[in-house]
Design a protein around this ligand. Structure first.
Ligand code: PEP
Length: 264
């Protein structure tokens, strides 16, 4: 069995002014200064990226993510940000295809795919979000939707690029609603996602790709979700705005990682 390093990411969405971001990082470092068992990513709004980087100082174990990017390298795209601009700010990860962007800003799988390819070209690691709506789940279309989203969003990525891609399974009905998928529902979806990843590449590659769960992850449910065999971390929205809650979710991931390492 491949031992994957768990990855826990904070998606701050459109929250946090610079001073708040600096305060958050200061408080977070008090709780998880020297974590290395799992990877930790903070995705602030663009305007707070530099401040977060400054506040992290030497805490190199916490990486910076962005919440979006444009696929072109430069040019007449008013209001957009390129992968190279993110690299320039020491960003390592970028969230792509979040359901809020799909629903509110018209992002299609084709656009997600362009962004994922542009991210890799600039050595940024994309966190590609997929997930079904409640209606799609109730109609029994979860696998069909996940398969379409994955095949469209990951088209033409090489096996090496796929290994450096993180998938976030985020059922739309669980985002910001307080209603999380049960660990069993999430595991079922993650296992299906890994099966599709294998079809898109090969077994070894699929075994290496990390699949995060996102959707109302909080301190109370983090451990149960992340102890499922195909759940390799969490993408956390609401609960990531409080440094203590986020730290406790990271620590839950660490405990689980350590147990998996002992039993491997
Ligand atoms: C998210 O926005 O990616 C998310 C999972 O949000 P929340 O944790 O608030 O459901």
């Amino acid at each position: 069995m491949t031992l994957r390093k768990k990855i826990v990411a904070a998606n701050w969405k459109m929250n946090m002014l610079q001073a708040e971001a600096a305060e958050f990082v200061k408080d977070l470092l008090l709780e998880i200064d020297d974590i290395s068992a799992v990877e930790v990513v903070i995705a602030p709004p663009f305007t707070a990226i530099a401040k977060v980087n400054e506040a992290l100082g030497k805490a190199q174990n916490i990486k910076i993510g962005a919440q979006n990017m444009h696929w072109e390298r430069s040019g007449a795209f008013t209001g957009e940000i390129s992968a190279a601009m993110l690299r320039d700010l020491f960003v390592r990860y970028v969230v792509i295809g979040h359901s809020e962007r799909r629903a509110m800003f018209g992002e299609t799988d084709e656009i997600v795919n362009r962004k994922a390819r542009a991210a890799h070209e600039a050595s940024l690691r994309p966190i590609v979000c997929v997930g079904e709506t409640l209606e799609q789940r109730e109609r029994g279309n979860v696998e069909k939707i996940l398969s379409l989203q994955l095949r469209g969003s990951l088209a033409d990525l090489t096996a090496r690029e796929l290994r450096e891609t993180v998938i976030a399974y985020e059922p739309v009905w669980a985002i910001g609603t307080g209603r999380n998928a049960t660990p069993e529902q999430a595991q079922e979806a993650h296992s299906f996602i890994r099966h599709i990843l294998q079809e898109l590449s090969d077994q070894t590659t699929a075994e290496h790709i990390r699949i995060q769960y996102g959707g109302s992850v909080k301190v109370e449910n983090a451990r149960a979700l992340m102890s499922q065999p195909d759940i390799d971390g969490a993408l956390v929205g609401g609960a990531s705005l409080d440094p203590r809650s986020f730290a406790r979710i990271v620590l839950a991931a660490c405990e689980d990682q350590e147990i998996s390492e002992l039993s491997a």
